[in-house]
Ligand binder design. Structure first.
Ligand code: HEC
Ligand code: HEC
Length: 281
């Protein structure tokens, strides 16, 4: 039976059962019908299983190489990182990954819809991280922690790395620290240093390599995580912003007594002047 036939059968069964329930208001038969509806829904192949979905050990280099290629062949950084991991999971783990659409993260390109917000490579990869590491109430922070540390790692990198230079017509590009997980900052800091425009081949190469590096790092981290070997790197604010975090939060012991008035782990001085320095001058 093909899956589309399954869909039709399930659909009509649902309509049928739903219709009968509507006629049976309250009482024993009504609740028996309700549980019938529920079990029909549970058995339906149209229902996505709840998270987390199964991760299998993947080859980080292959993930990175696919992401580099997909950036150029399939359309941008969101699809690059997401589809590199997804395509490997479809091949190695099969269902339910086979139910996921290839272009779920296409909109994340260029910082989501071209808006320059979160780097789409981080967005695409974090969708997969959430799907495999979502811990529910039992361990609700693990998915967020992996993602937080990924963003922090990204901001610290001198992009692009040379890991995928053998695939690239433009090896050994200028490397510049991203400073922020934001697409606009990451790309613009590099473009200024490289003297490149946004539509140039050089920028496309740079971002393809960034997507490759993100997929590589996420695969390494998830392999370690599911081997029980991943130790979340401790977030440590850069030297220039340690004092900001000390007063404004988050994550410092001394801060506990005060009310935090900012959330986030980004580089404060990318957007704010240091008012403590201004007053001591
Ligand atoms: C010694 C503690 C301390 C340090 C260090 C500190 N701040 Fe503040 N900051 C304050 C206080 C207190 C205020 C005033 C809060 C208020 O108005 O409620 C403030 C206000 C601010 C505001 C709001 C300004 C406004 O106009 O409302 C921003 C933004 C800010 N700080 C950012 C920073 C950044 C960025 C750093 C580091 C470069 C930093 N702060 C370092 C204590 C500190
Ligand atoms: C991407 C830019 C950006 C970054 C990075 C950033 N901020 Fe802000 N922050 C803002 C904006 C915009 C506001 C709102 C300012 C306003 O309306 O005056 C703000 C507001 C604040 C305020 C005032 C909050 C309040 O409720 O009064 C504090 C404090 C603050 N930021 C601290 C920080 C600290 C500390 C960091 C680094 C850990 C940081 N910010 C990083 C953009 C940023």
């Amino acid at each position: 039976m093909t899956s589309s036939t399954d869909g039709v059968v399930v659909g009509s069964r649902r309509r049928l059962v739903g219709g009968s329930t509507a006629l049976l208001v309250g009482g024993g038969i009504g609740s028996a019908m309700t549980s019938l509806v529920r079990s029909a829904a549970a058995q339906s192949p149209a229902e996505a299983p709840p998270l987390p979905w199964k991760w299998v050990r993947l080859d980080p280099l292959e993930a990175g190489r696919r992401a580099y290629r997909f950036y150029k062949e399939k359309g941008g950084c969101g699809t690059a990182s997401y589809l590199s991991l997804l395509s490997l999971l479809k091949e190695k783990a099969g269902y339910p990954w086979t139910t996921m659409p290839d272009f779920l993260m296409a909109h994340a390109a260029a910082g989501y819809g071209g808006h320059g917000t979160l780097c789409g490579a981080l967005g695409g990869a974090s969708t997969i991280i959430n799907m495999v590491a979502y811990g529910g109430r039992k361990d609700e922070q693990q998915n967020n922690q992996i993602i937080d540390r990924l963003f922090w790692w990204y901001a610290e990198q001198d992009f692009p790395t040379e890991r995928f230079d053998d695939l690239s017509p433009l090896p050994k590009q200028v490397r510049v620290k991203a400073m922020s997980p934001l697409c606009h900052t990451s790309v613009s800091k590099w473009a200024v240093a490289a003297g490149a425009t946004i539509k140039s081949d050089a920028k496309i190469e740079r971002c393809a390599k960034v997507a490759g590096e993100v997929a590589h790092t996420v695969t390494l981290a998830l392999n370690e995580f599911f081997d029980g070997k991943w130790k979340p790197p401790v977030w440590k604010p850069a030297k220039g912003i340690e004092h900001c975090v000390g007063c404004h939060g988050p994550d410092t012991a001394a801060q506990k007594a005060m009310a935090w008035n900012q959330q986030g782990h980004m580089e404060c001085v990318a957007c704010h002047a240091d008012h403590t320095r201004a007053t001591t001058k």
